[in-house]
Design a protein around this ligand. Structure first.
Ligand code: ZN
Length: 515
């Protein structure tokens, strides 16, 4: 799942550089210029030239190129998440991989008293930068050229002819930083006091809006709309995990949904159930740059992985302190001939999903309806039912599919409610499928659910949603109604309505399996 949605990382190269307080960029005789500006290197940053390759600490890559870096100490492996494919390097090895393809390095990454130095040019090029090297002057120039792939958009890649779900992203197109003309890169002025002209600020539309922040199962989940280019790193004394989010603001609904002081523009919540982390704080730390910083207080330094998911109504940026592990689904009695149904209430915890006309949260609707379906299915002797979540917790999309796959489910039903940002009149019921087997299930479920809602028929549609794509059994995703429509929002949260829709879902499953 880690490759998912990381096209956005290239967009980082357009607007995520902040070089306030330029320090000298000359170390070991080499100067690094990114888009016409000398990189700010700290005194402790050791830059070396090994076999003609400029080697920089991975911190420099993470902070200046705004690429997410994860570090596997055991395997001495650095992984850099890039829109062009994940870049993997190993200390002492001259082979690397970019998006799974093996590549040769001039110089292997090295460890210098705890700091890992990696070849800048290789990583720059692998991440889609234009890299130049003036050997006489020892100047590395990096230029953020247009990405070869389109900027990341959270909407699913629907087939032609299907109307896409309204995208929560107001604009996924970042305002580009002016690209310096090759050959006219200015000589850096490392003398203190000569601050280079900062890049013009991108328009506010290129930023992200935080909808929710949560902590579940040793994961920090940040739900947002728009585009967001996080910088995540750990720091010591005290041990903490820091996520910086430039060009990001809090969604107006955030303050009403989570602990938030609108005067100080900050908030926090304690973590009760983790051996590793104790507190999550979030605050606006740079008003001019619209930077929000989220700090997780840790009990000790922990390696983490970071990835982004595009869920149906949200984008979620996840920092995961768990080692990679397959989720354990709830036990299912095997071999009793019953059909195993996985009901998947979308979103949860820090990911509220869609936020309704009166700020009701989609995650609550989804869970409430799913629990009603579960109750009804338990009365049916032909079915075993498994829920992907039974409380307000965040479950990554891949894990939801894995739960169904490991349980050997016969059908997967994901429950959602829709939003159409800025279009309060849009309403109706729609149902999604991805693979062939899902289409029949979707058609039957849609007929029953639409009959129960009485809403406008927005039809059965194809969409490449991750939970549908990765589920090995017939799978469907129900968008019962639109929370962004005030009338439907109110109906969706009515208990009698939910009971009716829950019964319709059960009736649909009975029809599907009695064919
Ligand atoms: Zn949803």
């Amino acid at each position: 799942m880690k490759q998912f949605g990381f096209l956005v990382m290239l967009a980082a190269l357009f607007f995520c550089f902040s070089f306030a307080g330029q320090a000298s960029a000359q170390t070991s005789g080499a100067t690094i210029i990114l888009d016409g500006q000398a990189l700010s290197l700290q005194k402790k940053d050791k830059v070396e030239i090994i076999k003609g390759s400029v080697m920089v600490p991975i911190r420099v890559i993470a902070e200046n190129l705004a690429l997410l870096v994860t570090w596997n100490q055991k395997q001495a492996q650095v992984k850099i998440l890039s829109g062009s494919g994940d870049i993997e390097l190993t200390i002492g090895r001259t082979t690397a991989s970019v998006g799974g393809t093996g590549m040769k390095l001039n110089a292997a990454p090295v460890n210098r008293s705890g700091t890992t130095l990696v070849p800048l040019r290789f990583i720059g090029e692998a991440a889609g930068l234009e890299v130049g090297w003036d050997n006489a002057k020892k100047i590395v120039t990096l230029a953020s050229s247009q990405p070869s792939e389109p900027p990341y958009t959270p909407s699913p890649s629907a087939t032609p002819g299907t109307s896409p779900t309204p995208s929560p992203s107001p604009s996924a197109t970042p305002t580009p930083t002016p690209t310096p003309t090759p050959g006219t890169t200015p000589t850096p002025s490392p003398s203190p006091g000569t601050t280079p002209t900062p890049s013009p600020s991108p328009s506010p539309s290129s930023g992200g809006q935080i909808k929710g922040i949560g902590w579940s199962d040793n994961r920090l989940a940040i739900a947002f709309s728009g585009s967001m280019i996080p910088k995540a790193y750990t720091a010591a004394d005290p041990a903490r995990l820091i996520v910086e989010l430039p060009k990001t603001s809090f969604d107006p609904a955030f303050a009403t949904l989570q602990a938030f002081d609108t005067v100080t523009q900050s908030g926090a919540f304690a973590i009760a159930d983790s051996a590793d982390a104790t507190l999550v704080k979030y605050e606006v730390t740079d008003t001019a740059a619209q930077t929000i910083t989220i700090t997780v207080e840790l009990n000790r330094d922990k390696p983490f992985s970071a990835y982004q998911e595009a869920d149906v109504e949200s984008n979620v940026y996840v920092i995961d302190l768990n080692p990679n592990a397959t989720p354990t689904p709830p036990p299912v009695k095997p071999g009793n001939g019953k059909k195993i149904i996985v009901i998947d209430p979308g979103h949860g915890d820090g990911d509220p999903g869609g936020i309704g006309a009166t700020k009701k949260q989609e995650k609550s609707f989804n869970l409430s309806l799913a629990l009603k379906v579960e109750k009804l299915l338990k009365k049916e002797s032909a079915f075993e039912v498994v829920l992907t979540r039974r409380d307000d917790t965040f479950i990554p999309l891949s894990d939801r599919a894995t739960i169904a796959n490991v349980a050997g489910a016969d059908a997967f039903v994901s429950i959602h409610a829709n939003i159409a940002p800025g279009k309060p009149t849009v309403r109706g019921t729609e149902t999604y499928y991805y693979a062939g087997g899902g289409k029949t299930l979707a058609n039957i479920m849609h007929k029953h659910v639409l009959g129960a809602t009485g809403f406008t028929d927005r039809k059965v549609k194809y969409a490449s949603y991750k939970v549908l794509r990765e589920s090995a059994m017939p799978a469907t995703l129900l968008e019962v109604g639109f929370l962004s429509n005030a009338t439907e929002e109110s109906i969706l949260f009515s208990d009698s309505f939910q009971n009716r829709v829950a019964q319709a879902i059960v009736d649909g499953l009975k029809e599907y399996f009695s064919r």
